[in-house]
Each structure stands twice: as structure tokens, then as C-alpha cells.
Design a protein around this ligand. Structure first.
Ligand SMILES: Nc1ncnc2c1ncn2[C@@H]1O[C@H](COP(=O)(O)OP(=O)(O)OP(=O)(O)O)[C@@H](O)[C@H]1O
Ligand SMILES: [Mg+2]
Length: 365
């Protein structure tokens, strides 16, 4: 009887490959004859099969027209190349319509063993990852620029305000002091803006055990204090969500900024008395954030039944200084995003008239 490969090489602690389970891309270790020594969690997840079933047959059986992959694995194991790439189609027995998944395969030599390591990246996932990475880099660069600019504005601003005050003491006519008052007031307004621009970089990151529901409750209380009539803040919590390490004040600020925007967008419904904001917490499994895959994550939704984010700014709302509101400084969501990213998380928005949802995803231990 042939030994069951799954019991021999599963994902148990004895397997030398368990670290590969943390990768977001599919990875398998395979002999040239197709016998699979290991398949990681992402592989299992995409095929929708247990690891045992994945390991039982030949890896090549999971591909539509696998000859090219077979030849490549054989060539790599023979040492013709140390690494080789090709595009392939992965069968997905568990997908609703069973349509195959286009993947980019990277076949690498394994030292010592008579096997190759095959990494599969979903072609769509690859483009999405590239796009996300570019967006992140761009956002980072913009934030850096704004931060430097804020510093440059801050210093002369104190001088301008001080000079205007001195001038005010010297001038006698009332009319002229109106002008100095304008200078002082505008300098103060600019000072407040600059302070907000620099805020996320000023306070140290204080890490404690955070209970997300404490965060939600604080935000709920603050919003209800400001909008006592016409607005309901509903809670829909999964109380089994574990505490995680994070900066509580930052998270409160992030959720508050989002909920505050929702309340501001709800003005008409508040007047009509049927405005609703919902705070919903759930556990998400097998989540990919950036390049990292997490087994568990917090999924926090802040939903409102307002008119929705206006289309003209929808894809830019997280950028600094983008506002659709009179008197808005366009920093609330930028700050929220910075704070969530400091928790290795991400934030996104789905909005149609009547239902706007901001989603925060943060990895859990
Ligand atoms: N729930 C929402 N419904 C509709 N529009 C929204 C919602 N949340 C955000 N927006 C839009 O996104 C814009 C950007 O929000 P952001 O919090 O970054 O800045 P702001 O609210 O304008 O200013 P502030 O810096 O005071 O928060 C808002 O001006 C608003 O037009
Ligand atoms: Mg705001």
C-alpha cells in the first residue's frame, strides 16, 4: 500500500513548509511526476478542497492542458533552468460554474530535493495587487508632501500673527484694526488646519489591548451627544471578536471621523427623523491585506442611509483636502485611513444613494 501523502507531509508542525501557509499566493511543492509534497492554505482555499484531497492526486490534474507545466517542472528539476514562468489555467472544481482560473505560474528549483516549488498568482489578483500597491505608494507620497508643506507654513504663520498683533496696538483707527483682525483670524484658521495636517505624526502610537466594541460605544455616545434627535445609531455586534493590540485613541478617532461624516450627510433625514447609522462588527477569515494573508480579521462596517458620496469625488475621498461639504477641510477620512493603516488594516467605501458603507478591516491575533 502506498503511504497517504497527506499524513506524511500535511501542514502539521513537523512539515518544513508550514511557513508557506502565511502567503497570500498559492504555493505547492511537486515532484516531476506530479506527486504533490505540499500545498499551502491559499491553494487549498482557491481549489475549495481539503489539503488531503489536493495532495492525493497529481498536481497536474488540477490544470487545464497541463503539458507545458509538466515540461517546465521537469526542466527545472533537471536543472535546465533555476526558475521559469508561464501562464496556466487552474481548474476550480468547487467554483459555482466551474470556470478555470487564469494564473501566472512561477516554477523554482528546490535545493536538495528532487522537486520544484510552484507558485501561482491569480492574474487578476496580480493586477489588483499592483494597482493597490501603486495607490498606496502614491498616497504615502502625497501625505509626505502635505506634511512637509504644513511644516513650512507653520513657522512663518506664528510670525505673521505676532506682527499683526503688534500692528494692531499701534494703529488708532477702528477701520484699520478690522484689517488686522482679518489677518489674525485667518492666521488662526490656517494654524488649526496645519495642526490637523500634522496631528497623525505628532502623537506617539500607544499600543494597548483594544476591544473594538468599547471603541464603537464611545463613538456612538459622542455622535448621539452631538445629534440627539432624529438619528438612531444601531449596533450589530459580534461579541466573540477578540481584543487585539492597537492604539485605542487612534481607532476611536478613525471611526468617529467616519460616523461624523455619515451624520453630516444625514441632515435631511435627521430633520425627517428617520436617519440611521449602523455599526456592524464581524469576523472575516482568510483575508489578504497588502501582500500578507491573515487567518482572522476584524470587519467593521459603518453604514448610513444618507444620500451617498457624490460621484464627483467618490474615488478621491481618502485623499487629503478633498471635501464635498461647505466648510469641510477634507482631512477626516485621510486621518482615518492613516490610523487604520497603522494597524496593518485597510479602509474602503461602497456608496449608493440610501446606503453608504465604510469598511475597516484589521488583522486579529
Ligand atoms: N457617509 C457619507 N455620505 C456622503 N458623503 C460622504 C460620507 N462620508 C464622506 N463623504 C464625503 O467625503 C468628503 C470627505 O470627507 P472627509 O471627512 O475626509 O472631509 P470633510 O468631512 O469634508 O472635512 P473634515 O476634515 O472636517 O472631516 C466629505 O466632504 C463628503 O462629501
Ligand atoms: Mg469629515
Amino acid at each position: 500500500m502506498t503511504p497517504d501523502p497527506a499524513s506524511e507531509f500535511g501542514s502539521g508542525p513537523q512539515s518544513p513548509y508550514t511557513a508557506l501557509d502565511h502567503l497570500a499566493t498559492m504555493v505547492a511543492v511537486v515532484h516531476p511526476d506530479g506527486r504533490c509534497l505540499f500545498a499551502n492554505a491559499a491553494f487549498e482555499h482557491v481549489l475549495g478542497l481539503s489539503r488531503r484531497s489536493v495532495l492525493r492526486g497529481s498536481l497536474f490534474d488540477w490544470f487545464v492542458d497541463s503539458q507545458q507545466l509538466r515540461d517546465t517542472v521537469a526542466a527545472v528539476v533537471r536543472n535546465d533552468y533555476s526558475t521559469s514562468r508561464l501562464d496556466a489555467l487552474l481548474k476550480r472544481p468547487s467554483a459555482p460554474h466551474g470556470e478555470p482560473l487564469p494564473v501566472h505560474a512561477i516554477v523554482n528549483q528546490m535545493e536538495r530535493e528532487n522537486a520544484a516549488i510552484v507558485e501561482l498568482v491569480e492574474i487578476e489578483q496580480q493586477t489588483r495587487q499592483d494597482r493597490e500597491e501603486r495607490a498606496l505608494d502614491q498616497a504615502q507620497a502625497t501625505k509626505e508632501l502635505i506634511r512637509n508643506l504644513a511644516h513650512e507654513i507653520k513657522n512663518p504663520l506664528g510670525g505673521i500673527r505676532g506682527a499683526a498683533q503688534l500692528l494692531e496696538m499701534e494703529v488708532e483707527s477702528r477701520e484699520l484694526t478690522e484689517y488686522t483682525q482679518v489677518i489674525i483670524n485667518e492666521a488662526d484658521r490656517l494654524q488649526a488646519l496645519v495642526d490637523r495636517l500634522l496631528a497623525p505624526h505628532r502623537k506617539p502610537h500607544v499600543v494597548v489591548d483594544v476591544n473594538i466594541h468599547e471603541v464603537c460605544e464611545r463613538v456612538r455616545a459622542l455622535i448621539l451627544a452631538e445629534f440627539p434627535r432624529g438619528l438612531a445609531v444601531q449596533r450589530d455586534y459580534d461579541i466573540s471578536i477578540p481584543d487585539f493590540r492597537g492604539d485605542r485613541e487612534q481607532l476611536i478617532q478613525a471611526v468617529l471621523n467616519i460616523a461624523h461624516n455619515a451624520a453630516q450627510a444625514l441632515t435631511e433625514r435627521i430633520a425627517a427623523g428617520d436617519a440611521v447609522i449602523t455599526l456592524r462588527t464581524r469576523i472575516a477569515r482568510q483575508v489578504t491585506l497588502g501582500k500578507q494573508r491573515y487567518r482572522l480579521a476584524l470587519d467593521l462596517h459603518i453604514e448610513d442611509n444618507g444620500p451617498g458620496v457624490s460621484e464627483s469625488i467618490r474615488d478621491r475621498i481618502f485623499y487629503p483636502l478633498v471635501s464635498g461639504r461647505d466648510g469641510g477641510s477634507g482631512l477626516g477620512l485621510t486621518l482615518a485611513q492613516t490610523f487604520v493603516q497603522q494597524h496593518q488594516g485597510m479602509i474602503e467605501c461602497d456608496s449608493v444613494p440610501g446606503k453608504t458603507t465604510f469598511k475597516i478591516v484589521i488583522p486579529l491575533p
